[in-house]
Each structure stands twice: as C-alpha cells, then as structure tokens.
Design a protein around this ligand. Structure first.
Ligand SMILES: Cc1cc2nc3c(=O)[nH]c(=O)nc-3n(C[C@H](O)[C@H](O)[C@H](O)COP(=O)(O)O)c2cc1C
Length: 373
C-alpha cells in the first residue's frame, strides 16, 4: 500500500507487451563506468539495485550504436559487438531476476564533445552538416551512405535489445546529439530529403530511424523516443514555438511508430507554451500527449529542489515535495514520470516515497555522480 497522497504514482500501467507496477521510470543517465565500452558486473549490480528498489521501468544510460564515431567518451557503453552485448545480457538477467523491467537508450552523440575529456573517437565525428551548432563547424557532414548505415545501426541495436530480452527500447533524439542535430535548423543545413525550412522536413531522419526500429522489433514491442526543446549547445532554445509546430514535429514520428514520447524538460512543472485559452498550463509531455495521442513520460527535478544542469555545475539539492507531480498525474496530463538524480542517489527512493518515509529522503550532492552506488 502506498501513502494515500502519492497513490497516483503507484497505479500500474500497460502498453503493448509492457506491464509496469508503477508510474516511475528511471531516467537515462550516462555513467561512464564501462571501460572499453563493455558494461561489467558493477553496472549490472547498479541496475539490479534499482529493480530491487521497485523502479517501474529502468532506462539505461545512453549506449551507442555501431558507427565509428558514435560516442564522445571512452567509457560510454557500446550496444554492439559480442563483449558489450554479453555485458548487457547480464544486466537484463539481473534486472529481471529482481522483478524489474528495462530498456536500453540507444544513442549517437553526433558532433558533440564530452565536457570532461579530450578523448576523441577513432574517426571524425559526424552530423547532418558538419556543425555542432549554428556557425560552429566540427567533423564531417554525413553522406547518403552514412545516413543509411546509421539508420541500419539503430535498427540492429533495437533488434539486439529485443533479442537479449529487454522490455522496451528508447531512441535518444534529444539534448543536441545526432538525431536532435537533424531537428535543429542551427545544425541541419542540408538541402536534400533530410533537411528543409520546416521542422517537419528536418524530422524525416528521426522518422526513418523510428520506422527502421519498428520494423526490427515488430508491432508489439514498445518503442520510446526521447525528445527535448533545449539543447546542450543552447539551453533556452525551442524547436517548436507553437502547438502547431509541435504537431508538425511529433505527429509524423508517432505515425512512424513511436509508442511513448519521453519529453525531456529541466523542471516538469513549467508550462510548455504561454497559457492559451482553455489550456491548463500543460507541460511538454502534456502537449506531446494531447497532440499525438501517444503515451508520454515527463521528467525534470522530481523530488529535488534544484535542476540537473546546476548539479553538473556543482550545486547540491534538497528533497522536495511531490504534491505538484501527483496533481498532474491525477489529471493524467502524462502517463509516466522519469526520475534522474533522486534515483542515482538512492536506489530505495521509491520505497521511501511509497511508505511516506520522507525524513529519510537524501539530499543530492554532485559527488554522487562520481560513483556507481
Ligand atoms: C549524470 C547524468 C547523466 C545523464 N545522461 C543522460 C543520458 O545518457 N541520456 C539522456 O537522455 N539524458 C541524460 N541525462 C538527463 C536525465 O535523463 C534527466 O533528464 C535529468 O537528470 C533531469 O532529471 P532529474 O532532475 O530527475 O535529475 C543525464 C543526467 C544526469 C544527472
């Protein structure tokens, strides 16, 4: 039994082949604890602890597809090759043994660099137009062949996720990495099928990835797509300034096969658009659900006083009430809520919330990001 005021968090959820015991998703969080790209027993044990802590759905850290320059840090895990896939097979075995559900977040870091390392991949980085942001050249513009191979690599990763026994797959289309570099006019200057003046045109690459992934996993396996308005290159940037633009962006992606949009924002309670007649201040996930009819996951500073980019800047956060979140879930504004730092910090966070054990909720110190506890 959950404490009555948080009951909305503990309602089961079902979509296609996936059944979850509650509405809480562990947000994907890069941990760089996989030397040589291979997740080891420590990584499996870390995810198992979250399954034991009753996380409804665990999303893995970003794990990269089979392209020569798909990652920007040496210790990010691969999601290809025998050694890495054996490692992931062990992860999902452990998570299932503890009664959890999990999907990998499949990723290509595009032309970004990692803030904490000078490491470079063995081949030049790649992006739609050889830019990392507006007017900022970095690496190669992708050829037609590169694009076709990248789409195929996403599809292979998704097929491997299903083959290894994962429950869902999430495609990372957010935060200024490869797929988002196609969405963004500032980094996509292509004049072919994958570029154009409208967001709808620039979403064609993502739509092709989604279609290929859908073909690889079949109709009943849930496919998630993570999206964001903001980019690491520009935190205040917005791809869609109006609901119509957002519909042009997301409806074709839903049609291509996305079951669940994971709408990334830094603070889940912020309305996505200035209040419009009859709009109750829906957040990003709320609008994505309303416009596409797909299920959605919200995220951003759940249970903590500060947001995650400030945490990268060294700021600590204190536990925060969940009342605002519960009200939005009760209204069914979105279906699921992802929790990042609070779960990184404390695998038992969900049990404490459920049992009303608020005095034992932990503060978040950025030092937590340096270990795999
Ligand atoms: C250490 C760390 C690593 C992250 N890595 C990823 C990632 O690999 N993929 C991704 O989509 N988001 C990543 N994020 C963003 C989180 O998924 C989440 O959206 C963000 O932390 C906000 O949630 P929170 O306020 O509950 O922490 C990361 C966040 C943190 C703190």
């Amino acid at each position: 039994m959950s404490a009555p005021h948080v009951a909305a968090l503990f309602k089961p959820f079902k979509i296609k082949s996936l059944e979850l015991q509650n509405r809480i998703v562990m947000a994907p969080m890069t941990r760089t604890f996989s030397p040589g790209g291979v997740p080891g027993d420590n990584v499996a044990a870390y995810y198992r602890r979250r399954a034991e802590g009753e996380v409804g759905l665990i999303l893995s850290e970003g794990t990269v597809i089979d392209r020569p320059a798909s990652k920007n840090h040496p210790d990010i895990p691969f999601f290809h090759g025998k050694a890495a896939l054996d490692g992931w097979a062990h992860v999902i075995e452990e998570v299932h043994a503890a009664g959890g559900k999990m999907g990998p977040q499949i990723w290509h870091t595009g032309s970004t660099s990692h803030p904490t390392t000078d490491w470079r991949p063995p081949s030049p980085v790649e992006s739609p137009s050889g830019l990392v942001g507006p007017g900022e050249p970095r690496g190669n513009a992708m050829t037609d062949e590169d694009i076709a191979d990248t789409i195929a690599a996403f599809a292979r990763a998704a097929a491997d996720a299903k083959r290894l026994g994962f429950d869902v797959v999430e495609i990372h289309g957010a935060h200024g990495y490869l797929i988002d570099q196609f969405f963004w006019a500032g980094s996509n200057k292509r004049t072919d099928h994958f570029g154009g003046a409208t967001l709808k045109e620039r979403a064609r690459f993502a739509a092709e990835v989604v279609k290929a992934v859908r073909n690889a996993v079949g109709p009943d396996f849930p496919v998630l797509l993570r999206i964001s308005q903001w980019k690491q290159q520009d935190y205040s940037y917005r791809l869609a300034e109006t609901p119509d633009e957002m519909a042009d962006w997301l409806v074709p992606l839903a049609e291509a096969g996305v079951d669940i949009f994971h709408a990334s924002q830094r603070r889940f309670w912020e309305p996505e658009f200035p209040q419009i007649d009859g709009d109750e201040g829906l957040n990003f996930a709320g609008w994505a659900k309303k416009l596409t009819g797909a299920a959605t996951i919200s995220v951003g500073s759940v249970g903590l006083s500060g947001e995650f980019l400030a945490a990268f800047g060294g700021e600590s956060s204190q536990p925060e009430s969940l009342d605002k979140l519960v009200r939005r879930l009760e209204r069914e504004e979105f279906d699921l809520i992802a929790v990042g730092r609070a779960l990184l910090n404390d695998p038992l966070w969900i049990r404490k919330v459920r049992d009303g054990d608020t005095q034992n909720l932990k503060s978040f110190s950025p030092a937590a990001m340096l270990e795999l506890a």
